[in-house]
Design a protein around this ligand. Structure first.
Ligand SMILES: [Ca+2]
Length: 467
């Protein structure tokens, strides 16, 4: 599971990036074009995948909340069912950046140990290494490099063949500016880095004689961290790569347009492993011949200090979004994102100077429409909102009604939540007050390093004991 990526791989046709290992898995496996997460942010998305159930239903929709609250019956992590069937569940990998052990679920969990949901909340049996004697086994490995982080420059500097900013292609809503092109190239450098990690894991499976009997599933946890991506119900936020590789069983080279929800991946893993799929799951196995999903219902709620509320439906052809808080603009100046979206800073400046095209200006509107409707076939970048176009009134009404039905169907077991308070707001304030020169560089599109300033901020607080 790679962090924060959209379909920005060579095998999906992305320009300027080379991903030979994933290309091979796709060429000999199955490449899915229409897989969507149910929330465009890490923790709600991961929570839904861990249970195979929509995050609203299990009250896990608010980012980094409810971390100390046990899931109610009957919900259980899917690894519980795998373990019941004799699988060894392994978290992370010894060879990937940071060991790949991220869990990030909005309910009570422990990485390793037994699960009974009352006193024991363990999800996995062991860490970091799969061995022949672990078979049958399931391993969840996080590839963190593609997440925004202070390592992006280092990964680029160490790359033998860094991505050339002149060879990349920006979506039309980005200003064509050298800082933005370089940022995009750096993102693709991380893609090449995780592609290497995938190659390394496949090699290890082969060396240990476990490759023939292992299904490899490559996914993202939410879309790329950039304009209209992570945090947004627009396509780059929700649509994730999905590659399934198992040549022993599935014919290679298939490109599949079926609409898939990330929660379906959970159900499919249980299905492939021969486990019964619990009836509480909202995901269903896409290898069941009755699989017939037409749409994915996604939501955006709390992320740090921004309490959003938006709902959407993605189909193969259409995207419908209902914004219940239209007053919160797309550029909500969320503190954490201020550290990690150079393009936004550059484009704010260009906007002030009147140098953005109308397409580029869209993102900087001071409010959102209450409803959005896009034709993904003719307008894949979702630039032309058809919600007020009478020609599409019927489609709009249908999708609006379906969304309301889902609001009901997925209604939560509880709406209460205890958020983990984000430090990012204080850190951004600290940078503005104490490091104005760094803040100035940020406004010019430089990534000054979130972690660096978190550490400086923490140190500064230690000096003032009674604040
Ligand atoms: Ca993520």
């Amino acid at each position: 599971m790679a962090e924060d990526i959209s379909l920005d791989l060579e095998c999906y046709g992305t320009k300027g990036v080379q991903t030979p290992n994933l290309n091979r898995l796709a060429a000999e496996g199955m490449l899915y074009n229409n897989c969507f997460v149910t929330n465009p942010i890490c923790s709600p998305s991961r929570s839904s995948m861990m249970i195979g159930t929509h995050q609203l239903k299990i009250n896990a929709h608010n980012h980094r909340s409810n971390r100390k609250i046990a899931l109610p019956e009957p919900y259980k992590p899917f690894t519980y069912w795998l373990r019941e069937s004799g699988y060894t569940c392994i978290l992370g990998h010894h060879g990937v950046m940071g060991n790949g052990r991220k869990i990030d679920c909005n309910f009570k969990t422990q990485p390793i140990g037994h699960w009974d949901g009352k006193e024991n909340f363990g999800l996995f049996d062991k860490k970091d290494e799969f061995l022949p004697e672990d078979q049958p086994f399931f391993a969840q490995i996080q590839l963190v490099a593609t997440h925004r982080g202070d390592w992006w420059d280092e990964v680029r500097a160490k790359s033998k063949d860094p991505v050339n900013p002149d060879e990349i292609e920006l979506p039309p809503y980005y200003a064509n500016h050298p800082t933005i092109r370089l940022d995009w190239a750096k993102y693709l450098d991380q893609m090449e880095f995780i592609d290497n990690e995938v190659g390394m894991i496949v090699d290890e499976l082969e060396q240990k004689g476990m490759a023939d009997n292992t299904v490899i599933i490559f996914i993202g946890d939410n879309g790329r961290c950039n304009l209209r991506g992570k945090g947004y119900l627009h396509d780059p936020g929700l649509r994730i790569p999905l590659i399934v590789y198992y040549p022993k069983h599935f014919k290679g080279g298939q490109v599949i347009d079926d609409v898939i929800s990330a929660t379906d991946i959970t159900a499919t893993i249980l299905d492939i492993a021969g486990c019964e799929i619990p009836t509480y799951m909202t995901g269903t196995s896409f290898y069941n011949k009755n699989f017939n999903r037409k749409e994915v219902y996604s939501t955006r709620d709390l992320w740090d200090e921004i309490e959003e509320k938006s709902r959407s439906i993605s189909t193969e052809r259409w995207k419908y979004i209902r914004n219940d808080k239209p007053d919160i603009p797309w550029d909500a100046e969320q503190a954490y994102l201020e550290f990690y979206r150079p393009a936004v800073h550059v484009m704010r400046q260009l906007n002030q100077q009147g140098k953005l095209s109308s397409t580029e200006q869209l993102f900087f509107r001071t409010s959102k429409p209450v409803e959005e409707l896009y034709d993904l076939q003719n307008d894949p970048f979702e630039m032309n909102n058809l919600a007020n176009n009478p020609k599409y009134a019927k489609t709009l009404t249908q999708l609006r009604e379906r969304t309301a039905q889902y609001d009901n169907e997925m209604s939560s077991i509880s709406d209460s939540f205890k958020p983990v308070s984000p430090i990012s707001v204080e850190v951004l304030d600290f940078v503005k007050q104490q490091h104005p020169e760094a803040y100035k560089r940020m406004l010019e599109g430089e990534e000054i390093g979130f972690k660096t300033y978190v550490n400086l901020y923490k140190k500064s607080r230690k000096k003032v004991p009674y604040r």
